[in-house]
Ligand binder design. Structure first.
Ligand code: PXP
Length: 240
């Protein structure tokens, strides 16, 4: 049985709430249900445009989650200040552009001086830091050089690859980047666009410790409820 943590991303519970700018559905209630169904971490992305998760959600989540709060954010002074205030267990630094529908790929680490400083600030505050990177050796090495605790490998290219050959190639990229991360003693996370049909080969990558999954779980929960949707995803990754 694979010992892989499941991080359930609840952004799209907040997306639905923001459609009416009301109080339901409440991401904190979703976090409680997801945890009771076996989610090891609750993941959310505080975007600069606040299109889903709001500042007060983060504070409320921190109040009810003693452990396992994982926040994605851009490397911006405003966000770093919020992280230092809320003190999640993990921050994953991600690239962000205003027009994107969702995160489009890994960080550009070449313009990384600010990133290195941010990693240090967050780690000095006792927050675990992961960097969202494309599955490339150079990115994994740079994440290590910047002092990150973990890398989250972007699985988007794997998830959208069509045909067995292409999918195999993308999986191999993830495996190779994963080996390097392990060799450099970086904790290995992965995520983006994973779903019930494509998650198992990623869960079989040696040394992967955590998979962060949102859209597929929240989508399925509309038809079958959040608890069964989380239980099913957890079963798939644990039996991989
Ligand atoms: N990991 C990162 C870094 C992300 O930005 C996202 C999307 O917010 C996810 C994982 C989850 O992606 P999805 O919602 O497609 O499962």
């Amino acid at each position: 049985m694979a010992n892989i943590k499941l991080g359930v991303n609840i952004d799209h519970v907040a997306t639905l709430r923001q459609a009416r700018r009301d109080v339901d559905p409440d991401p904190v209630s979703a976090a409680r249900v997801a945890r009771s169904a076996g989610a090891d971490l609750i993941v959310c992305h505080l975007r600069q445009d606040r299109r889903h998760i709001q500042d007060k959600d983060l504070h409320n989540l921190r109040k009810v989650l003693k452990t396992g709060l994982h926040v994605e954010m851009a490397d911006r002074p405003e966000m770093v200040k919020i992280a230092l205030d809320v003190r999640p267990d993990w921050v994953c630094l991600v690239p962000e552009t205003p027009t994107e529908v969702t995160t489009e790929g890994g960080l550009d680490l070449k313009s990384g001086k600010s990133l290195e400083k941010t990693v240090k600030k967050l780690r000095d505050a006792g927050i675990g830091v992961s960097l969202f990177v494309d599955p490339e050796a150079v990115a994994v090495r740079m994440a290590h050089n910047f002092g990150a605790d973990a890398v989250e490998l972007c699985t988007a290219e794997y998830a959208k690859s069509v045909g067995r050959h292409r999918q195999h190639t993308e999986l191999e990229r993830l495996q190779l980047a994963g080996y390097l991360a392990h060799e450099l003693k970086l904790e290995l996370h992965a995520g983006h666009a994973l779903d019930y049909s494509n998650v198992v080969p990623v869960a079989q990558i040696p040394d992967v410790r955590c998979l962060n999954i949102g859209f597929a779980i929240i989508s399925r929960s509309i038809f079958m409820g959040l608890k069964p949707a989380v239980i099913e995803m957890k079963r798939l990754i644990q039996q991989a």
